[in-house]
Ligand binder design. Sequence first.
Ligand SMILES: Cc1cc2nc3c(=O)[nH]c(=O)nc-3n(C[C@H](O)[C@H](O)[C@H](O)COP(=O)(O)OP(=O)(O)OC[C@H]3O[C@@H](n4cnc5c(N)ncnc54)[C@H](O)[C@@H]3O)c2cc1C
Length: 813
Amino acid sequence: MSDRSLPSHARVVIVGGGIMGCGLAYHLTQLGWSDVVLLEKAELTSGSTWHAAGQITHSTSSISLGKCVDYNIGLYSGGLEAETGQPVTWHGCGSLRLAYTADEMDWLAHTLSVGRALGFNIDLVDPAFIAGLHPFYNLDGVMGALHTPDDGHVDPSNVTMALAAGARARGARIIRRCRATNIIQMATGEWRVETERGPITCEHVVNAGGTYARQMGDWSGLQLPMTSMTHHYFVTDPVPEFASLERELPVIRDDKKVSGYIRMEQNRGLIGIYEKENPNSVWHDHCPWEAENELFAPDYDRVMPWLAESLNRMPVLADLGISRVVHGAISHPPDGNPLIGPAPGARNYWCCCGTQIGIGWGPGLTRELARWMVHGAADISMRDFDPRRFGSYATKEWQVEKAHEDYCLRHEIPFPHFNRQAGRPVKPSPLYERLKAKGAVFEEVYGWERPRWFARGSVEQRDQYGFRRTPVQDIVSDEVRAVRERVGLIDISAFTKVEVAGPDAAALLERLCANRLPRRPGGIALTHMLNRRGRIELEATVTRLAADRFYLVCAAFFEQRLLDHLAYAQDVYGMCTDIILRSNSHAALALNGPRAREVLAKCTDADLSNAGFRWMSMREITVAGHPAMAFRMSYAGELGWELHMENAAALNVYDALSETGKPHGIRDYGSFAMNTLRMEKAFKGASELTNEVTLAEADVLRFARSPHAYLGRQPPQTALPWICAYLEIDPDGIHDGHGGEAVLYKGKPVGSTTSITYSPTVDKILAFAYLKPIAAAPGTDLSVLIAGQPRPARVRADPAHDPDNTHPRTDAP
Ligand SMILES: Cc1cc2nc3c(=O)[nH]c(=O)nc-3n(C[C@H](O)[C@H](O)[C@H](O)COP(=O)(O)OP(=O)(O)OC[C@H]3O[C@@H](n4cnc5c(N)ncnc54)[C@H](O)[C@@H]3O)c2cc1C
């Protein structure tokens, strides 16, 4: 069949022939799916891809993106060209990320700690070293740089053509000049892709439409949040000083002064600017179908302060003319991360879009998407990229505002816990105003406003950023102590809450849960659900409300993932249940601490004794005159109850508990303290329980007691590639770590941290880390690279707090 004829059916149809679509075709065919058709409305690369500057760097503090980038550098610097014979024009010139301030130096030191875990060739270098590598850069005020010598840049069109050639050689059909005009799901579950040249049906459809992806999503009723931001780079006339160079200069990333990048483009200079204010977006309602290799007129006014500074930094470019301006569109999602994975609620519709760094991240991300489609799970944690991390609150207007914010942050320091403020609050809980008045500093999670901590004394009610410990740590430590010693109250309304009901409800959950379901009404079980590949999809608590009714609670950002998982199982096992979302109608509070029983007893007639209210059970009680489901369980590891109630009751219940708690020294606490409390108890969270690992690797097999053949159930693993270990690290009072740091055994990297926090209860830093088994036995001495420096650490056998778990079960009043 020629490249021009359209088949009537294919296993996969990919719409979009940029680097993302071609990358996916390449990797799907590599995994053996050859019945792949890629449709491109114009020529390959004619969207955003052709005009990209083509840089790629190891400078990232994301473990998942780091793995992608590393794979891509390998592919670009040898593998792809060798395989396909198509030149990709790789320039392995390395790069330097400059620092002018102590905060920037801290950022680079953290990036170094993560890069070491990934085995990158990466170092912190001083100004003398920089001057040696790059004699033309004005280093006034520069304190140091991150040097990543394996970085470079590539010709984006050539790379995309090479990926397409690889895919074609393995059977994929790439059909150019064929625009998809509609995508609809048929009653059979298959997808019908309508095109200018007729329809094509397929099992899987992929939206790789770049700046068109959002409007393509509209066809199928999907709200895919992304906005086309426009970005400039400038190419100068030839630079006489470059003529005698024996090697190419490294790419400079100057986040502070230039807010962008400067590199050589053959014998010319290339300057890219991400302006930090007044950014520009286009095509809010509609990206014109006829657009092809589209560029916009330059807008010098917008970028001038940074462009002028770039010439000050590179004086050899200052007197040269600009020979070419590239001002093109890039898709920015609300949080800057791409949309890679299943579309919300649409089985076998895959997103491969929203990628603002398509050349840097693309092949690695599309390899993972191909694995997800073929094997049922990716190999790296996709939590940050899963399109289902956004809900219906991500409206068109909201996401434009967020994309503008994201663009301006591109060259800002990515401080730990950076709290993006645009478009908020979008989903305040019923307690939002009350908690704000009490000093809450909120974070946004799946649209919800969740308190992080509560301002007190001289600490202002606003985020404080730094890679070093800030005064907020004292507040968080106080909140932790209040829960451990007295009693604390936290708004946990953001949790996902779903009811599953009907004659098939128990059978459905037995097919999904690795743990035994509670037998009696009121029983609670903590369980994991797995994907087809036997890796963790999510963790949830399942409470039996009746023989045929269950109440499921999981992390806020897994709402759609849980709904999709339940819907998938209904389909596959032919079961019929009612799945009722309670997240928006029900608020929730958690009351924790040794005085929790005394406080709650003042607001209810219910018997709260151990005999009357068993640990890990739920009862429907009345609190402050309102019906509530009370769950006796505690993520903090203390005596405690979670109270779930209709939204209208939440404020009264909260006020009553706060009032009766006063004589007991009750304290509001937030998610930062909650994280420390769970780490002190060695409870794993979403950073540990990912699609990257099995139950055995996460060391949670004790929760897999189901006698049933549940989805993803695996035979016992004989050898583990890694295991989740619990570490205690010596604190220095300054750097407490931020996750992703390299863990060293006998001086060699053996893994990386996932969660890490300072514990005021034991005055240690506590961490979870995935380690090679040789380094994971309790008692093993290790070191953890925090802020670039090795810090003594050891593997703990037991939780740092209450190892016998007596506190939550206490019968004390
Ligand atoms: C000035 C500039 C510099 C950049 N520099 C870099 C850089 O240095 N490094 C980096 O990593 N990234 C860079 N980028 C970003 C990079 O260009 C994008 O991230 C990347 O190209 C996105 O690829 P894509 O495949 O998602 O989208 P696209 O390349 O836009 O591909 C989407 C394709 O889908 C096709 N299509 C859409 N709708 C349909 C339909 N209905 N039917 C058929 N076909 C359809 C389009 O024609 C298009 O070809 C830069 C971007 C700009 C603007």
